[in-house]
Design a protein around this ligand. Structure first.
Ligand code: GDP
Ligand code: GDP
Length: 466
C-alpha cells in the first residue's frame, strides 16, 4: 500500500511542473477536450525508490471573482481529503501572498500531514520568499525548483519516513490479519464502519478497467458511460479526463475508469508518443478493483481475451465479462448458450463470474453491466463472520468428509476469513500437504455457491497446526 500526495497551492506556483516531473513523461500527454473539466489529475509517481500516487489540482485559473475562488477552495479541499500528505507549494520568487494564506488556513484545518515547498528557488532571488514561508506556520519550507529539478533529494528525505510508515502498515495488515481474526471474538461492532469504508465514494471511487482486444468497443463503451453522465451533471461538475483515468458518476456510483482505449487512440494521433502495448493491459488490471473483459460477440474468447481474463484472476481482481455488439446478433438465445458454455470450458478459473450482454453503441445492457460491476465489487469486499463460516464448514465436512490416507482422517478444525479484496480464507488442517486439491475445490465452490459470491476470485489456504 502506498500513499497519496496532493500538490496544492494557488495557480502558477509550479504544481503541474512538479507533477510532471514526479510522474514522468508518460502522463505528460494531457487531454484538453473542450467541455470536459479536468480538475483533478492523478498519476503514479516515483521519487528515488519511493512510489506513490500524486494528485494535482490542475487547470485552475487565478481566482478573481467569488465563484472561481469558491471553486478553487472546493477543489483544494477535495484533493486534501483524498490525500495522506499534502505538499503545499508557494512561489518563492513572489513571496507569500494573500491567496497563499487562504490555502495555508485550509491545510492547517484539514490536512493529515503537510509539507511546505518554496518553489522556483533556484538562485538568490528566492531567498526572501523562502524566509517568508517560515511565517506560514507549516514548518520548515523545502527549497525546491520543480523546473530545474533542484531540491528533489530533500523532498525525497521528507517523504521517506511517510513511505516507510505506509509500508509498515501494509506489511502489518498482511501478517496480522489472519492472527487477529483468530483471536478476536466475531462481530465486534466495528463491522458497519468497516463495511462503509470500501463502498464507492467521491473520495474512493470504484476503480474499473475495461480491457479487451482492439475493436472490441472499449472506447465506445467508455464514451457512452461518460456521455450520459455529462448530460446529467453539466460542464462544471464531475468529470476529470486525463490520459490515465476518467472520473465519472455512473448512475449514482462514483467510478474511476482506466482508459487504455483512449490512450491508444491518442497514441495513434500523436505518433511521437510510443505505441502502447500489452503492458498497458497489465497496468489496467493492476489499477482496477473490477476488471471488465469486453468481448466482441462476433469473435468471443480470443487468445488475447483469455490471457487478460486469466491475468485479472491471478491478480485477484473481481471480473465481469461483457459481450459487446449484441445489437447485431440475430440468434440471441442460442448464441448466449454457446457463450456460456465456451466461458466455462475456456475460463474455469473464473467460474461464476457474471456474463452480461451489452451494446456499447446503443447503450443497451449498460444498466445491467453497472449492476454486475457493483455486485462483483461488493462480493470482492465481503467479509463473512467466523461463526457463520465454521457452522458452514461443519455442514460441508459432514456432507462430504475429507479423505483418510493410511486410515487417518485429515481434520479440518477451524476456518476464518483472513482478508478481503479478494476474499481469502484460512483453514486449520491437521495434514495440509495430504489434502487433495479436489477437496479445496469442493470448499471453494461451496463458498461461492452458498454465500453467493460471483465474479470474485476466492483464495483458500490450508494451514498446519504445528
Ligand atoms: P501551476 O499552475 O501551479 O500548475 O503552475 P505551472 O506548473 O503551470 O507553472 C507555472 C509557471 O511557473 C510555468 O511557466 C513554469 O514554467 C514556471 N515554473 C514552474 N516551476 C518553476 C521553477 O522551479 N522555477 C522557475 N523559475 N519557474 C518555474
Ligand atoms: P476499441 O478498439 O476496443 O476501443 O473499439 P472501438 O470503441 O473503437 O470500436 C470498434 C468498432 O466497433 C467501431 O467501429 C465501433 O463503432 C464498433 N462498435 C463498438 N461497440 C459497438 C456495438 O455495441 N455495436 C456495434 N454494432 N458496433 C459497435
Amino acid at each position: 500500500m502506498s500513499f497519496t500526495l496532493a500538490i496544492v497551492g494557488r495557480p502558477n506556483v509550479g504544481k503541474s511542473t512538479l507533477f510532471n516531473r514526479l510522474v514522468g513523461k508518460k502522463l505528460a500527454l494531457v487531454d484538453d477536450q473542450p467541455g470536459v473539466t479536468r480538475d483533478l489529475r492523478e498519476g503514479e509517481a516515483r521519487l528515488g525508490d519511493i512510489r506513490f500516487t500524486v494528485i494535482d489540482t490542475a487547470g485552475l485559473e487565478e481566482a478573481t471573482d467569488e465563484s472561481l475562488q469558491g471553486r478553487m477552495r472546493k477543489l483544494t479541499e477535495r484533493a486534501v481529503d483524498m490525500a495522506d500528505v499534502c505538499l503545499f507549494m508557494i512561489d518563492a520568487r513572489a513571496g507569500v501572498t494573500a491567496t497563499d494564506e487562504v490555502f495555508a488556513e485550509i491545510l492547517r484545518k484539514r490536512a493529515a500531514r503537510v509539507l511546505l515547498a518554496a518553489n522556483k528557488s533556484e538562485g538568490s532571488a528566492a531567498d526572501a520568499g523562502v524566509l517568508e514561508a517560515y511565517g506560514l506556520g507549516l514548518g520548515e519550507p523545502l527549497r525546491i525548483s520543480a523546473e530545474h529539478g533542484e531540491g528533489m533529494s530533500e523532498l525525497f528525505s521528507a517523504l521517506m519516513p511517510i513511505s516507510d510508515e505506509f509500508e509498515e502498515k501494509a506489511a502489518e495488515a498482511e501478517t496480522l490479519a489472519p492472527i487477529m481474526d483468530l483471536e478476536l471474538p466475531e462481530e465486534d461492532g466495528g463491522e458497519e464502519e468497516a463495511e462503509a469504508a470500501w463502498r464507492p465514494s467521491a473520495e474512493r471511487p470504484l476503480q474499473v478497467a475495461v480491457v479487451g482486444r482492439p475493436n472490441a468497443g472499449k472506447s465506445t463503451l467508455i464514451n457512452k458511460i461518460l456521455g450520459e453522465d455529462r448530460l446529467l451533471t453539466g460542464p462544471e461538475a464531475g468529470i476529470t479526463r486525463d490520459s490515465i483515468s476518467l472520473r465519472v458518476d455512473w448512475d449514482g456510483t462514483p467510478v474511476k475508469i482506466f482508459d487504455t482505449a483512449g490512450m491508444r487512440k491518442k497514441a495513434k494521433v500523436q505518433d511521437k508518443v510510443e505505441k502502447l502495448s500489452v503492458s498497458d493491459g497489465l497496468r489496467a488490471v493492476k489499477f482496477a478493483e473490477v476488471v471488465v473483459v469486453l468481448l466482441d460477440a462476433a469473435i468471443p474468447f480470443e487468445q488475447q481475451d483469455l490471457r487478460i481474463a486469466d491475468l485479472a484472476e491471478r491478480e485477484g481482481r473481481a471480473v465481469v465479462v461483457a459481450v459487446n455488439k449484441w445489437d447485431i446478433e440475430d440468434e440471441k438465445q442460442e448464441k448466449l448458450k454457446a457463450l456460456k458454455e465456451a466461458f466455462e470450458r475456456l475460463l474455469p478459473q473464473l467460474r461464476g463470474a457474471p456474463l452480461v450482454t451489452v451494446s456499447a453503441k446503443t447503450g443497451r445492457g449498460l444498466d445491467r453491466l453497472h449492476d454486475a460491476i457493483l455486485k462483483a465489487h461488493e462480493v470482492w469486499n465481503r467479509r463473512i463472520g467466523t461463526g457463520q463460516l465454521n457452522r458452514w464448514l461443519g455442514a460441508m465436512l459432514e456432507q462430504h468428509p475429507p479423505p483418510a490416507p493410511q486410515g487417518r482422517r485429515i481434520r479440518l478444525r477451524y476456518m476464518t476469513q483472513a482478508k478481503t479484496r479478494p476474499p481469502q480464507f484460512v483453514v486449520m488442517c491437521s495434514h495440509p500437504d495430504k489434502l487433495p486439491d479436489s477437496y479445496s475445490r469442493y470448499l471453494v465452490n461451496g463458498l461461492r455457491g452458498d454465500f453467493d459470491m460471483p465474479g470474485t476470485p476466492i483464495r483458500l489456504f490450508m494451514r498446519g497446526q504445528g
